[in-house]
Design a binder for this molecule. Structure first.
Ligand code: KG4
Ligand code: ZN
Length: 372
């Protein structure tokens, strides 16, 4: 099967061709047009994003088909992100996919953006397949999932407030670093020592009580907004002391360590409780080398395997959408022509975990202000 993927949920206009089966995927082409203009505004401006998708979508799709050396009639399906994300941005992709499919009689398969992130790693590691524990950490989401098989997802935990990537971006802003802030924080943090307990830049790890038990409602959840406030206080204290320039690296390191310690522990709890030997990371924050090595340290020696996508496939791209679309197309799924873009929607096949027979609701973070 050969699938064209289209992704326009946030600020990347992307198209890709993927072929094969979920057991043996081949990435035949991938084009990503990143909308750098948003850097000027310190965040994604929805109206500008939609306009840039409009000018980028046709060249991106044509280049992806050309690079893969195929024509539209060689495709078995067109997979397109339809949720969640910026509606105006998503509409560019869904409208174009529908028009292309209708004109050339190729079936269209709508794909949930976060299911795409789950498939990204499979494009590079054939063993990144279920069953596994998944951590999706992007600018819009922080989700901890148990994945017994493709298409069946149990939501174990999520952020109660800011997404992990959002926290990186906000802290970067506080430190005067460019947007998006993940990479600049990682680079700055790498130049500082780990602040230990008692150090002014050792920040509290929220929801990481030592005596936590699996029936606690926050056993798998995270919260990053208090951490952001703690960073703000540290920045103000350094400003007052006139030492901000020399303290920035240590603050970045303290912040990053707190996020990583929290994520590693939550993933470890999930993998252990569900007896999963594999962990799959997805989303832009999964590029973070310190996060990957902390995860590896925690799982290595315990017989666990960690799979993380390369930066090109970790951040938003159409190859992951094509891969998830290929899985759904093989199951015979086809779009009802009336399908449309949705700003927020749970992943198809997602169920909430139950705590002592009470369902834990998927919660408000399924209505993100941006993509995933
Ligand atoms: O999945 P993604 O490309 O896009 C959406 O959120 O839709 O994730 C982007 C997020 C941004 O918040 C960015 O700061 C973060 O991923 N990010 C990182 C790193 N690279 C990107 N966070 C931490 N460390 C990184 N190296
Ligand atoms: Zn994303």
């Amino acid at each position: 099967m050969r699938v064209l993927g289209i992704e326009t949920s946030c600020d990347e206009t992307s198209a890709a061709v993927v072929s094969g089966t979920p057991h043996a995927l081949s990435l035949d082409s991938l084009v990503i047009l990143s909308q750098d203009v948003h850097r000027l505004f310190g965040g994604v401006v929805p109206e500008i994003a939609s306009r840039q998708h409009l000018t980028g979508i046709v060249p991106a799709v044509n280049a992806a088909l050309r690079d893969a050396n195929v024509g539209i009639r060689d495709l078995d399906a067109i997979a397109v992100t339809y949720a969640p994300g910026l509606v105006g941005a998503l509409l560019v992709g869904t409208s174009y996919a529908k028009a292309l499919g209708f004109t050339h009689d190729v079936p269209v398969v709508p794909v949930h953006h976060l299911e795409g992130h789950l498939f990204a790693t499979l494009l590079e590691h054939a063993n990144a397949a279920p069953p596994f524990t998944a951590l999706l950490v992007s600018g819009g989401h922080t989700l901890l999932l148990d994945v017994p098989e493709w298409g069946r997802y149990t939501l174990l935990g999520q952020t109660r407030d800011d997404a992990a990537g959002e926290a990186f971006d906000k802290v970067a802003k506080l430190l005067g670093l460019p947007y998006p802030g993940g990479r600049p924080i990682e680079q700055l943090a790498a130049t500082a020592e780990r602040p230990e307990h008692g150090h002014p830049h050792h920040f509290a790890r929220p929801m990481l009580r030592r005596r936590a038990v699996v029936t606690d409602e926050d056993y798998y959840d995270c919260s990053f907004s208090g951490l952001k406030t703690a960073v703000l206080h540290a920045v103000r204290a350094s400003e007052k002391a006139g030492t901000l320039d020399e303290d920035k690296a240590s603050i970045a390191r303290g912040f990053q360590d707190a996020v990583i310690d929290t994520l590693v522990e939550k993933v470890y709890r999930a993998a252990k409780a569900h007896r999963r030997g594999r962990v799959v990371l997805g989303g832009g924050v999964a590029c973070n080398g310190a996060l990957q090595s902390a995860m590896r340290d925690r799982f290595a020696g315990r017989g666990g395997d960690l799979f993380a996508p390369s930066p090109r496939l970790a951040t938003d791209n159409a190859a992951m959408i094509a891969a998830a679309g290929l899985f759904r197309a093989l199951r015979g799924e086809r779009a009802d022509p009336s399908f449309t873009a949705r700003a927020s929607l749970p992943i198809p096949g997602l169920v909430a975990r139950t705590v002592a027979s009470h369902a834990v609701s998927p919660g408000p973070s399924h209505a993100p202000p941006r993509g995933g």
